[in-house]
Write a protein that binds this ligand. Structure first.
Ligand code: NOJ
Length: 739
């Protein structure tokens, strides 16, 4: 195909816009970095590249090490006194007085715990998520933390992987938008502000594609998929100003991510223009020996640094070997210098040289009333209503007695979720407590049924059945306890653990209307319990304010607006199942796939090919009608855009909010394209009977992808477009992109 000059210019334009070619350095900071570097010995330089885990005591050895400038950072640096004490040694007693930078996993809140990230993402609300990250940063900073190991922006398509809890789901567009919001929230107006913490986008890159959903497992991701699906969220985080990135544990296409010069040097530094620093994940430099790409720690140090990891977390490959490698001429000192500059640049940007200590007297803001209100708001917006037969929800607060049943109804530690280093169960308000305070204690019958989600002991069933029988309605809290979600918590079976299905069956046998609330860290296959229930609310692990958020939702004081950010499988056998798949040469025909003898369709003969609940799905207490899809033009050029609009009407009896989604499909391209791709979303609030026209501007650049020549550009041709309530429905139109 001959390409016109215009096409070439357009592609350069897109490349320049989408791939940030350079970030503007601050000359004053660069000068300070250069001056300081020129005074440093090789050992002091290497010290800046070493991060230690604080083990709780400032021993003589540790003090000496800091005094000698042999450590640049701590993670988990103890309480504020410990942090200030360690910092005093670094700043006042070391030769150059370079401050330490303190990192910690402040993933979904500090003392005020917000929903786990996958739950937050179901709000589809970047503004609210930014505010929540702001609160987390404010609380953490008041406790002397400079740097959070968040946001996690890994795309995950496999709920067996426990860490699906920590990300924003399966979609690159949505994850990018929420990643940027989190970075903005953590870093605040200026990184140097006292209440800002440096963000760390992780895990770079591809970690979520672990084979079989088994944590830490190998990943094979072709470059196009890497760039189209796994890299955009990192790109967005970098563009939002993320100060740091964390290199991942996984082996990516045969080269460990923590020694991967292609992703770290070529893509991150050269293409994205990142000028902060990269920290390894915990021991991931040393683990290159296990991966089998390094014979020993010296080689791991060499490959880590050459690969582009600036700071080594906890292991000592850099500390023990970099100096010798330089002296032996195996790596140039300039490579060490480059990494040191990256680290110092962030320390200067963070204002650590001006304000190395945190003033305890300033008082902490932990659990401020506004923080808890925000935690409740985000928890509310993260709840997803999956089923509501005959409008069984909301329940009437004066509708008689309710039985609250299940191991997660009153389990404060579990509702906090998987990354709770500083949150406390005693701060959490459980659903049971909130329902009791809403209805009055006498109207609530409580029976746990099972002590934990994994409990095998049925002895509590009889009491649960008695409670159900004596009540007018049952609210059943099932799911996963926090301890089986998150890092290293991959599951081969993702059903309700323990005897929960049996408990549900016993309770459902009473014939009482059952509302099922699922609190979990991943999409579960839970249809056996969901099918007989009248309503299903998927709550994830909603954090400190889970109780009030859920109670308000169940009893109609709040409206469900959440939508899924990950497809829910019917069975693990379908995995991976995600909405933005490729069509194949033999796509499914929805009319005939069910006939087992049919050959030419990509389907299963024993289970529906569709997910149980699709990406983007979530019900409301009201209903919405979509009509009048309008395109401002049937075609537009490579430098143009169109407006796609539709009218959304609230056809129910209650006010409600709808998250309206925009999808496209490129029908014929130089490489295969997904059957749908999210390109926009908007939230509309509508009173009963009210209509609103929702508009999306779709630019040609929004249609760009990595083509057959690995150029990022849009290709002329026909496209489908949907304005939709979720990825499986919607109004469909068509337009053409012209040369
Ligand atoms: C390992 C985890 O993979 C990472 O997400 C976390 O930030 C570090 N440990 C530090 O705790």
């Amino acid at each position: 195909m001959k390409r016109s000059l215009l096409q070439l210019l357009t592609s350069l334009f897109f490349f320049g816009c989408v791939w940030n070619l350079s970030a503007a350095p601050d000359p004053e900071i660069e000068a300070r970095v250069g001056k300081l570097l020129s005074k440093m010995t090789l050992e002091e330089k290497i010290g800046q590249l070493c991060q230690m885990n604080f083990e709780g005591r400032i021993t003589d050895d540790l003090a000496k090490r800091i005094r000698n400038g042999e450590v640049g950072s701590f993670l988990n640096a103890g309480n504020l006194d410990a942090k200030n004490a360690l910092q005093r040694i670094a700043v006042r007693e070391s030769r150059l007085g370079i401050p330490l930078i303190y990192g910690r996993d402040v993933i979904h809140g500090y003392r005020t715990v917000f929903p786990i990230p996958i739950g937050q993402s179901c709000s589809w609300n970047p503004d609210l998520i930014e505010k929540a990250s702001r609160v987390a940063a404010t609380e953490a900073a008041s406790d002397g933390i400079h740097w959070t190991f968040a946001p996690m922006v890994d795309i995950a398509r496999d709920p067996r992987w426990g860490r699906i809890a920590e990300g924003c789901g399966e979609d690159p567009f949505l994850t990018s938008s929420l990643a940027a919001a989190m970075v903005r929230g953590f870093q605040g107006r200026r990184l140097s502000d006292a209440d800002a913490v440096a963000a760390c986008a992780k895990h770079y890159v591809g970690y979520g594609a672990a084979e079989g959903g088994r944590d830490y497992n190998t990943t094979w991701i072709p470059e196009r998929l890497l760039r189209d699906v796994y890299l955009p969220s990192f790109h967005a985080a970098v563009d939002a100003g993320a100060a740091t990135l964390m290199s991942a544990f996984n082996n990516l296409n045969g080269v460990p991510a923590s020694g991967n010069a292609f992703t770290l040097r070529q893509v991150l530094r050269k293409e994205l223009g990142f000028d902060g620093f990269v920290v390894s994940d915990w021991a991931s430099i040393q683990e290159m020996i296990n991966h089998g790409t390094c014979a020993d720690e010296a080689e791991a140090a060499k490959k880590g640094l050459e690969g582009g990891v600036d700071m080594e977390m906890v292991t000592d490959c850099y500390r023990n070997h970099l100096a010798n490698l330089v002296r032996e001429g195996k790596i140039p000192e300039s490579l060490v210098d480059e990494s040191v500059k990256n680290v110092l640049r962030v320390k200067f940007r963070k204002g650590l040289f001006e304000r190395p200590f945190t003033d305890a007297a300033k008082g902490k803001t932990l659990l401020a009333a506004g923080h808890l209100a925000l935690a409740k708001q985000l928890a509310t917006q993260g709840l997803v209503l999956l089923k509501n037969e005959k409008n069984a929800l909301p329940l009437s607060p004066t509708g008689g007695k309710v039985a609250v049943i299940g191991p997660l109804a009153d389990s404060p530690a579990d509702q906090l979720g998987c990354w709770v280093m500083d949150g406390r169960p005693e701060d959490a308000v459980t659903p049971l407590a909130a329902i009791r305070s809403l209805l009055g204690k006498d109207n609530v019958l409580f029976a746990q049924g099972l002590r934990t989600s994994r409990d095998e002991d049925r002895s509590g069933f009889a009491e649960a059945v008695r409670a159900a029988e004596s009540a007018d309605a049952v609210i059943l809290f099932l799911g996963e306890e926090a301890a089986i979600t998150g890092e290293a918590k991959s599951r081969a079976f993702i059903g309700l653990p323990g005897r929960q299905e049996e408990l549900a069956a016993e309770v459902e046998k009473t014939g009482k209307p059952v509302v099922l609330v699922v609190m979990a860290g991943r999409p579960l296959t839970f249809d056996a319990a969901a099918e007989p229930a009248s309503s299903v609310l998927y709550a994830w692990h909603p954090g400190t304010m889970a109780g009030p958020a859920i109670a308000d939702m169940l009893f109609g004081k709040a409206q469900p607006t959440g939508k899924l950010t990950v497809s829910f499988p019917r069975t693990v056998g379908q995995l991976p199942v995600y909405y933005n798949f490729m069509n194949t040469g033999r796509p499914v025909n929805p009319e005939t796939w069910i006939v087992p003898s049919i050959f030419d369709q990509s389907k299963y003969i024993d289970v529906d090919y569709r997910p149980q609940y699709p990406f983007g799905f979530g019900l409301s207490y009201t209903t919405f009608r979509y009509d009048r899809l309008t395109l401002s033009s049937p075609e537009f050029g490579l430098d143009g855009s169109i407006t796609v609009s539709a009218t959304v009407t609230n056809t129910g009896k209650r006010a409600g909010e709808e998250i309206v989604q925009l999808y496209i499909r490129d029908l014929a391209a130089s490489v295969t394209r997904p059957v749908k791709e999210l390109k926009g979303f908007k939230r509309v609030s509508l009173d009963p009977g009210e209509s609103r026209t929702v508009e999306f501007i779709l630019k040609a650049s929004d249609l760009a992808f990595w083509n057959d020549r690995m150029e990022f550009k849009a290709e002329p041709g026909r496209f489908h477009v949907w304005v939709a309530p979720n990825s499986a429905e919607g109004l469909k139109g068509e337009f053409s992109l012209t040369e």
